[in-house]
Design a protein around this ligand. Structure first.
Ligand SMILES: [Zn+2]
Length: 289
């Protein structure tokens, strides 16, 4: 499948199971093309990108959602972000002095670290949730997050290969009336999803994938939403960041370099500010008499 970048919600009639499936190709490739990332880090960024896409569609806030982590070893920082228009961006920093491990668990990479999920609504308070690193994978961390934040049993599968990033999510909603066999149904759904191969997650459209897994169930597929790479940087935001360095620092760079040039690390957009652009903020404007 070429250039599919979408997320799709689904449920099964007569069950309390719902889910989401995400598949990203060039939206993901765009993110990893900004730097020459080590191969295993490209894949990890893919998993984080698929994860933030799933989270955004599940949490459904009007605003921006991000997931980030910090490490003291080979991985220094990693963050991915998604807004309500399905714009995705992400970035990672790693220690280029040492070889980045080809295979290593998230737990080992982040030794004692944690994940931070930040919800920034367009209107209202920003909210941060801390997620402990449990198990070996990002998927397990997210399952823990859903259990804590929504008290609902959830399962997550994530995969990435440097070209595509995909994810599958299942959640058991509270039954209005607990029915006999509900527990078994959930176990059955999870068991079948666990048989999904990474290639199936990359190559099959959602209807085919779900039919292959659950052909005996009555599938209800909702409209797919297109996702894309998109950066939220603006000239004004870049200016705000420069000003936050403090007037003294800004003056120093201006006197040394004549201008302040900033390149957005997410999208490579470049912004240039001259002294006259910054005068108003530095309190240096010429006084006219
Ligand atoms: Zn940008």
């Amino acid at each position: 499948m070429n250039n599919i970048n979408e997320i799709q919600r689904f449920s099964f009639d007569h069950t309390n199971v719902r889910g989401e499936r995400v598949l990203l190709t060039d939206a993901y490739q765009n993110i990893i093309s900004r730097k020459s990332y080590p191969e295993s880090l490209e894949k990890l960024l893919g998993e984080f990108t698929a994860a933030i896409a799933l989270l955004r569609d599940i949490i459904k806030i009007d605003g921006v959602l991000s997931i980030q982590c910090k490490g003291n070893g080979p991985l220094q920082t990693l963050m991915t972000e998604c807004d309500e228009k399905q714009n995705l961006r992400g970035i990672a920093q790693w220690d280029q002095e040492q070889e980045f491990p080809a295979t290593v668990s998230l737990k080992e990479l982040l030794e004692g670290g944690y994940l931070v999920i930040t919800i920034t609504p367009r209107n209202g308070q920003r909210y941060q949730g801390i997620v402990e690193i449990v198990g070996d994978s990002l998927a397990e961390c997210l399952e823990q997050y859903f259990m804590q934040s929504e008290q609902l049993p959830s399962r997550v599968w994530l995969a990435s290969n440097g070209v595509q990033a995909g994810g599958l999510f299942l959640q058991r909603l509270p039954a209005e009336q607990a029915q006999e066999g509900d527990e078994d149904a959930w176990e059955r759904f999870v068991h079948l999803a666990s048989t999904v191969k990474d290639e199936e997650l990359f190559d099959l459209d959602t209807a085919t994938l779900l039919h292959r897994l659950y052909h005996e169930e009555e599938l209800r597929l909702y409209d797919a939403k297109t996702m894309q790479f998109g950066c939220s940087c603006t000239r004004q935001r870049t200016l705000d960041a420069i000003i936050s360095m403090g007037a003294e620092e800004v003056r120093e760079i201006l006197s040394e370099q004549g201008a302040i040039n900033v390149e957005c690390q997410f999208c490579a957009e470049s912004y240039s500010f001259l002294k006259e652009d910054l005068d108003d903020y530095l309190g240096d404007q010429a006084h006219t008499h």
